[in-house]
Design a protein around this ligand. Structure first.
Ligand code: NAD
Ligand code: TDX
Length: 352
């Protein structure tokens, strides 16, 4: 079959990547989607079981840091676009092991950019779409929101590595004319998220009546977006966004961590038929994250005004779907929290 486009999604076996691939396969029957993923602890092909036999979907196991493997990808599939999500994505891990983040997030992005530059030059029918985070902008006080023009001020090894990768992507556009787009999104939540991140970790611990570790006083604020709405925004920007531009993605949905954890306790209790809010007794305030950013908030006005994107669900709806998924897929949760996860948990929380 002649495909209209061949898109390589890097990190497609991860949380956001698997949702994006599902959306692209559903909407674009004439696209070939190549999922290029190293299957680290965060990658899980089980996230894509429902689409793995789709004729226009291919999985290739490979490392974005390996230039020879990336070259082979070009020889075999001749992609016209990359949507680049592969990364080390967890802030706490970046505090333990910063070099892994520099290797994957900076070098890996540079290897991909170099290959795209070599094969595409400045051909405007091609596209390198880089998926990034609002954490590159640093930390907000009580007021204000991040926009596309906010100055970079990354403060964790994770966000510094993502900021560096964003700069490289812009540098390849400016210097070599490589067609690029970048988006910076706020915190995502939804199904298939590895339970090192706040929401699935809390759901898993509530299920098992384990302590709920809230960092510091729990007053840090995050701005949450349902992962399917992020995938939809990426699709919108990929197709309608302007080359060379950046788009901020967020759902205008700020909440303090402690309020979110209490909400999760209430909802999970209700859904499990327990006394509502009884799990709040499990909340345990633990030593704060080093360098913990206080507040993130994204202003998505450019994306809404110029490209007509808006989130499809409220936080209440998204959170309810999300909890339902984890409770209905407790095997998934128990499987990904067996093995190495136990060591990770002990390292992060054992003596906290
Ligand atoms: P994730 O940790 O769930 O998935 C990362 C994926 O990348 C995994 O499948 C992993 O196997 C793969 N990977 C890691 N190293 C690789 C390598 N060297 N080569 C090939 N594949 C490799 O991450 P996520 O939460 O889905 O985030 C995806 C992207 O979106 C990241 O770039 C992240 O910075 C960005 N982002 C995430 C959020 C969020 O809230 N999760 C918000 C904004 C932006
Ligand atoms: O056990 C916990 N207790 C706790 O209080 C964990 C895991 C987190 N927290 C706090 C830290 C943060 O203030 O909850 C908040 C959310 O933490 P994470 O889920 O680790 O997300 P965050 O650090 O905000 O980063 C996320 O959003 C931006 C993603 O991990 C990044 O990949 C993304 O770029």
């Amino acid at each position: 079959m002649e495909y209209q486009r061949t898109i390589v999604v890097t990190g497609g076996a991860g949380f956001i990547g698997s949702h994006l691939i599902r959306l692209l396969l559903k909407k674009y029957a004439d696209y070939r989607i190549v999922n290029y993923d190293l299957l680290t602890y965060a990658g899980n092909l089980g996230n894509l079981k429902d689409v793995e036999n789709n004729s226009n979907y291919t999985f290739v196991k490979g490392d974005i840091c390996n230039a020879e493997e990336v070259e082979k990808l070009f020889t075999v599939y001749r992609p016209d676009s990359f949507i680049h999500l592969a990364a080390e994505s967890h802030v706490d891990r970046s505090i333990e092991d910063p070099l892994a983040f520099i290797e994957t997030n900076i070098k890996g992005t540079a290897v991909l950019l170099n290959a795209c530059r070599k094969h595409w030059g400045n051909d405007e029918s091609k596209l390198f779409y880089h998926v990034s985070t609002d954490e590159v902008f640093g930390s907000l006080g009580d007021d204000g929101m991040f926009t596309e023009t906010t100055a970079y001020d990354p403060r964790s090894p994770y966000s510094a590595s993502k900021a560096s990768s964003d700069h490289l992507v812009r540098a390849y556009h400016h210097t070599y004319g490589l067609p690029i787009k970048i988006s910076n999104c706020s915190n995502n939540y939804g199904s298939h998220q590895f339970p090192e991140k706040l929401i699935p970790l809390m759901i898993q611990n509530i299920r098992h009546n384990k302590p709920l570790p809230v960092y510091g006083k729990g007053i840090n604020v995050r701005d949450w977006l349902w992962v399917n709405d992020h995938a939809d925004a990426i699709d919108t920007i990929f197709h309608k966004g302007k080359v060379g531009e950046t788009y901020a993605i967020g759902g205008k949905n700020e909440i303090r961590n402690i309020d979110l954890v209490r909400k999760l306790c209430q909802l999970v209790d209700q859904k499990l038929g327990r006394e509502t809010g009884s799990s709040e007794e499990l909340i345990t305030f633990v030593t704060d994250r080093a360098g913990h950013d206080m507040r993130y908030a994204i202003d998505p006005q450019k994306l809404e005004d110029e490209l007509g994107w808006t989130p499809s669900v409220t936080f209440e709806e998204g959170l309810s779907h999300t909890i339902d998924w984890y409770l209905a897929n407790s095997d998934w949760l128990d499987e990904v929290t067996s093995g190495n996860y136990q060591e990770y948990y002990e390292l992060m929380y054992g003596s906290r």
